[in-house]
Design a binder for this molecule. Structure first.
Ligand SMILES: [Zn+2]
Length: 340
């Protein structure tokens, strides 16, 4: 009898260990403690024992019955709690849903273009000069030789804050500031936002970006200007560009020119981008006017230099065949995401 009780205990321990759900615990309860269970069957075997053994074995069987019952209760509570937790988690987290995408920020296309331009020019020895957007009339116009009656000064074109201050209409406003504070050789660039009171359209906006460069030293020649511009646009467009010069007028240069590069899309054969001309207009430039050098405290007999500049949106429109300048300021992800 003693052996039978021990064997029952062993069997229960083994079965309880492998039970992994509340259903299996319930099955064990029926198997061991049920009306036709193993413990009940052991109780019946007790009848065949001698009277003095009945008491001892009866107590042992009773103890084992209580122990099994307690053990099953504890396991049942524990496994039930685990199942509830698991079910709740499964309800909360639908693992079949697609994962959340991480949004990785990136620079605005105009910032990317500015960074590339600065990188190219810094390799050519130019440094960046930060010039204010809120500028004085002098640095924006008078100091750059703009006559008092020049149409660009008109209220229609320029955002005046008061008689002295305005929002710079071009980054060329940095020239006099540089000349006043630096001694040659000077190789500086300025880039950033400019403001003009224009009607907003596909080709123009009240806010746009420019880049301007100035190079002053002894014996700087016109051919230096052409070679620097050619090298700059070749690197910017990632190919060896051909340059065309047209005569033009800007108050701060003499002579003034406009620079075209051969259309990189059609290789000069004519396409929609270059309006069938085969050329793309990219910059205004020229040799720095002697008056500008004198305004900056430099002797025009000793020093010479060149300056050039252009719109940044314009180059971007050309490079990517974009037809509407307004897209740059609309913060439309569908547009911005196309420029990795
Ligand atoms: Zn073309």
């Amino acid at each position: 009898m003693r052996e039978k009780i021990r064997a029952l205990q062993k069997e229960f321990d083994k079965s309880a260990k492998s039970a992994s759900s509340s259903k299996e615990i319930e099955d064990l309860r029926v198997m061991f403690l049920g009306r036709k269970g193993l413990v009940t069957s052991l109780m019946q075997d007790l009848k065949e024992c001698l009277p003095d053994q009945k008491k001892e074995f009866g107590k042992l069987i009773n103890d084992i019955k209580n122990s099994i019952s307690e053990s099953l209760n504890n396991s049942f509570e524990y496994l039930k709690a685990c199942e509830i937790e698991k079910n709740t988690l499964e309800e909360q987290v639908d693992i079949t849903l697609p994962g959340m995408k991480n949004f990785l920020g990136k620079a605005h296309p105009i910032s990317q273009m500015i960074d590339k331009m600065i990188f190219i020019l810094s390799q050519m020895g130019f440094s960046v000069y930060h010039s204010p957007e809120l500028e004085t009339e002098y640095y924006n116009y008078s100091g750059l030789n703009y006559p008092d009656d020049h149409p660009a000064r008109d209220m229609q074109d320029t955002y005046y804050i008061d008689k002295t201050y305005l929002l710079r209409s071009h980054t060329t406003s940095f020239q006099q500031r540089v000349l006043e504070n630096h001694t040659p050789p000077i190789r500086m660039i300025c880039t950033g936002k400019c403001y003009r009171n224009e009607t907003i359209s596909t080709r123009s906006h009240v806010i746009f970006h420019q880049i301007d460069a100035i190079y002053i030293d002894k014996n700087v020649s016109f051919s230096d200007l052409i070679s620097i511009i050619k090298e700059f646009y070749s690197k910017l467009f990632d190919e060896n560009v051909e340059i065309r010069i047209r005569s033009s007028y800007f108050p701060f240069v003499k002579p003034g020119i406009e620079v075209d590069v051969k259309c990189t899309i059609c290789n000069g054969n004519g396409c929609r981008l270059c309006k069938e001309s085969g050329w793309l207009e990219v910059a205004g430039a020229g040799m720095v006017h002697p008056e500008i050098l004198a305004n900056g405290g430099l002797d025009p007999e000793v020093y010479s230099g060149f300056a050039w500049g252009g719109g940044i949106e314009r180059v971007y429109l050309l490079l990517h065949g974009i037809s509407d300048i307004r897209l740059f300021l609309e913060n439309d992800f569908r547009f911005l995401e196309q420029f990795p």
